[in-house]
Design a protein around this ligand. Structure first.
Ligand code: NAD
Ligand code: TYD
Length: 336
């Protein structure tokens, strides 16, 4: 049994990972999350009182706060999800992206070195590789060519992790994954936004010509990959994870409408995102060959599970959209 310090465990992927670890292993979890707009403890109500789960509200970019967390909890492993994660927000203002994604990652690396953490798993993204034309795939050797402030800040964090391996001989692993979807995703990202809008009869805003391509992966398949990399990955290595499910945005949007029994008249084409990357596609053959990982969900099966979840959990996303979810921390833990 190891003690895993999970950062960003109240967010979308982090909360799915925390649940997987608590219910599917005997590891202990210390979940460190600042509870920004994207952090939601209602993502974890079913495992909140699990005996191997501890929640700490703290900012990863605050060195004194992190020193306290590492000194008190002495983690064996760090799995680092915490980030500002939405491209559109980074286009408007990149300040928080640099602070959390770059500074925050360096603070965690420093504390991990001082407190002799055995392994640091850095959760990154395919977006650091830039944009593809109609052919080809990203491999772990593809040069970093980030295009948005979000992906540039993630690329910065990846390079800091690489430097910690090279300079300080730290045992770090970088995972890079394609676009996730599934339960508990904040309804500002494509799939949950489109589902929630369709269910409320609102317009579905499709950027540009709608023909940008993403490689979609069901969130628990990504979490399994991270867990396998954490347990069996080789120090200093990068592992790509993708869903083998390239789809144009407009296909995804139409499929959501079709499965919900809604008309395509809800689609509204809007002005394109500045610098919008055209296509992402992952070559995950290294993770398959060396970790024995494979995604379990086809896009069709994963999308149906996701639709069923959002239909059944309307109060969850209504509380996110109204802002009511932000009172949950105070209700459970009192004022900070
Ligand atoms: P998210 O935005 O849903 O969650 C981010 C979490 O980090 C939130 O709980 C937030 O409160 C927390 N956080 C933000 N700033 C913090 C700070 N300064 N200190 C402590 N906690 C802070 O993000 P997500 O979609 O779950 O993504 C998690 C990670 O996976 C990110 O690093 C992201 O770059 C990476 N990733 C995401 C995707 C995707 O499709 N969503 C794909 C590949 C990689
Ligand atoms: P998003 O979920 O923001 O993920 P990312 O930009 O990190 O890939 O967007 C996925 C795709 O959907 C991307 O090509 C932008 C597009 N998109 C829309 O067309 N409309 C929207 O309202 C959003 C949020 C995204």
């Amino acid at each position: 049994m190891s003690k895993i310090l999970v950062t960003g465990g109240a967010g979308f992927i982090g909360s799915n990972f925390v649940r997987m670890v608590l219910l599917g292993s005997d590891h202990e979890v210390v979940n460190v999350d600042a509870l920004t707009y994207a952090g939601n403890l209602e993502n974890l109500t079913d495992v909140e009182r699990h005996q191997r789960n501890t929640f700490v509200r703290a900012d990863i970019a605050d060195p004194a706060a992190m020193d306290q967390v590492f000194a008190e909890h002495r983690p064996d492993v760090v799995v680092h999800f915490a980030a500002e994660s939405h491209v559109d927000r980074s286009v408007i203002d990149a300040t928080a992206f640099v602070r959390t994604n770059v500074t925050g990652t360096q603070v965690l690396l420093d504390k991990s070195r001082i407190y002799k953490v055995q392994r640091f798993v850095h959760v990154s993204t395919d977006e650091v590789y830039g944009s593809l034309g109609p052919w080809g795939y990203f491999t772990e050797e593809t040069p970093i060519q980030a295009n948005s402030p979000y992906s540039a800040s993630k690329a910065g964090s990846d390079l800091l992790v690489r430097a910690a391996v090279h300079t300080h001989h730290m045992d770090c692993i970088i995972t890079r994954c394609s676009n996730n979807y599934g339960p508990f995703q904040f309804p500002e990202k494509l799939i949950p936004l489109m589902i929630a809008n369709a269910l409320e009869g609102k317009k579905l805003p499709v950027y540009g010509d709608g023909r940008n391509v993403r490689d979609w992966i069901y969130v628990t398949d990504h979490c399994e990959g991270i867990r396998m990399a954490m347990e069996h990955g080789k120090a200093g290595e990068v592992y790509n994870f993708g869903g083998d499910a390239e789809r144009e945005n407009i296909f995804v949007v139409k499929e959501i409408l079709r499965r919900l029994g809604k008309g395509e008249d809800l689609i509204g084409y809007v002005k394109d995102r500045p610098g919008h990357d055209r296509r992402y596609a992952m070559d995950s053959s290294k993770a398959r060959a060396t970790l024995g990982w494979t995604p379990r969900h086809t896009f069709e099966a994963g999308l149906q599970k996701t639709l069923d979840w959002y239909v059944a959990n309307k109060p969850w996303w209504e509380r996110v959209r109204s802002g009511a979810y932000q009172a949950y921390y105070e209700q459970q833990y009192g004022r900070r």
